[in-house]
Ligand binder design. Structure first.
Ligand SMILES: *Cc1c(COP(=O)(O)O)cnc(C)c1O
Length: 478
């Protein structure tokens, strides 16, 4: 055989890795220092086509740019989630320690679909999930999987629900011939829940919206009529979804009455806690999720309120055996291996075959920092949501959309005598983005455009939020 080509030899050279790695960590540490001290814009805004033009579409035959040069450009152009004035989407400023664990995870690449490919990560996944299940108030027989995001998580849970409740073997036989199926979801549900329902073959007609109250929380007294409406269309309802922290306003649905309703009707109760399930970690705010332990299944994103880099999502089942039914009707593994099946072979229960070492990433964060830090983090961010709401309430020229349950706050700037308030919110946001002083998003509530912040970076302070209101006034009056 020919000698190893030089480019391959160099690519796998441990000394090159050591050099590049040290330099990269130095570069990232300098970056972290600069952005956490509020240096530069939060998002260096550029039009998509301008950004596209910056990145070449042709690649060299021979080794080209260096890692350091490349990373300098990447850092300069990115949205800076560690900047305390990042108050945008529900994506956290990850723990720097988790970035290091990610590096190790990427190098080891133990894909964890089967035990032999993930002998460390699979047990860690099981232990971390058991801890989360316990925090959520689930019994000892609870179990679950880590998967790639809340969207896949909700799909996984609803697949198991369909197998468990409909009395049909849809997995093997398909939907044809049976009654069309339906689920009930709050009006405010995340779009991925509706998408999951359509992937499940329910069609748009199989998704029934449960009305919400003036605080955007599901109205439990509307459940019987929504259920009856679905049945009148000739559909079989098999699940009710509630949100523990809705996406647009962070509203927590009342879970106890939904659990009662599901028990009476023999329905599956699924909680989408992608954002807010972490409330259970905070003694001060756990009450928001009262009744969570009665859900059949729960989705909980660790990349939102548990400070991990994307994506790490727990899908938990109160009866762990159900987790084996999402991707197979007859859970043969259970027959061979007892109640917990082959937990060491996660592929039986996840959409992914190969997946990242998510178990390692979650377990390491808990072990390195201790659980109290996560509890304090949730409390602090939910507190900050209330503080910001109070600031908005006190200001004559701002209007709070709804008293926040958690760390998502929606509001409007309402200067005197202003006509086009919707257009005004959009212009204010566009100007803040263009100058890079803050990164926030917008949403539509009650038919009107609102500014929306998620206070998810632990370094964001009250002074930053005062600064946000000042900046809005400034750009809003020009
Ligand atoms: C973010 C979110 C999702 C989607 O989760 P991903 O991890 O982004 O796929 C689903 N539901 C709720 C309530 C969310 O906040």
């Amino acid at each position: 055989m020919d000698a190893l080509p030089e480019a391959l030899r160099s690519a796998f050279d441990p000394e090159r890795f050591r050099r590049d790695g040290h330099a990269l960590v130095d570069q990232l540490a300098d970056y972290l220092r600069a952005v956490t001290q509020r240096g530069g814009p939060v998002l260096p805004w550029a039009e998509p086509e301008d950004n596209l033009a910056r990145w070449s579409g042709s690649f060299p035959d021979e080794p080209g740019t260096s890692l350091g040069e490349l990373m300098t450009r990447v850092l300069a152009g990115s949205n800076h989630l560690h900047h305390p004035r990042y108050v945008g989407h529900q994506v956290t400023a990850p723990l720097p320690s988790s970035a290091l664990v990610h590096l190790a995870s990427a190098l080891l690449n133990n894909g964890t679909a089967v035990y032999e490919m993930g002998p460390v990560s699979a047990p860690m996944e099981r232990r971390a999930l058991a801890w989360m299940a316990q925090q959520a108030g689930f019994p000892a027989e609870a179990d679950g999987v880590l998967t790639s995001g809340g969207s896949v998580g909700n799909l996984t849970a609803l697949l198991a629900a369909r197998q468990a409740i409909t009395g049909r073997d849809v997995w093997d036989e398909g939907l044809a011939g049976g009654k069309p199926l339906a689920i009930l979801v709050p009006d405010e549900t995340h779009y991925c829940v509706k998408r999951a329902a359509q992937i499940l073959g329910l069609g748009r007609g199989g998704i029934f919206s449960i009305p919400v109250d003036e605080r955007f929380r599901l109205r439990p007294e509307a459940l019987p009529e929504t259920f009856a409406l679905a049945e009148r269309t000739g559909r079989q309802v098999f699940a009710v979804v509630a949100s523990a922290g809705s996406t647009s306003t962070g509203a927590f649905d009342p879970l106890e009455p939904v659990a009662d309703f599901c028990r009476q009707r023999g329905l599956w109760f699924h909680v989408d806690g992608a954002h807010g399930a972490a409330a259970v970690l905070s003694p001060k705010y756990a009450h928001l999720a009262a009744g969570l332990g009665r859900a059949e299944s729960l989705v909980w994103d660790a990349h939102k309120m548990m400070l991990l880099p994307a994506l790490v999502t727990a899908v938990l089942f109160r009866d762990g055996r159900r987790s084996y039914e999402a991707f197979s009707q007859r859970a043969d593994y259970l027959l061979r291996h007892g109640a917990h099946g082959e937990w060491w072979n996660p592929a039986h229960r996840t959409l992914e075959c190969t997946k990242r070492m998510m178990g390692l990433e979650l377990w390491a964060a808990l072990a390195l920092h201790g659980t109290r830090m996560f509890s304090d983090y949730v409390t602090r961010m939910f507190d900050l949501g209330r503080t910001f709401a109070a600031m908005l309430d006190d200001a004559d020229d701002f209007e709070l959309a709804v008293a926040p349950d958690c760390n998502i706050v929606c509001f409007r700037h309402v200067p005197d005598d202003f006509q086009d308030l919707d257009g005004h919110q959009e212009r204010v946001r566009a100007r803040l983005l263009a100058e890079g002083s803050f990164y926030l998003v917008q949403t539509r509530l009650r038919g009107h455009v609102h500014l929306r912040v998620t206070l998810i970076n632990p370094l964001t302070t009250e002074a930053d939020l005062e600064g946000l209101l000042e900046s809005i006034r400034r750009v809003g009056s020009s």
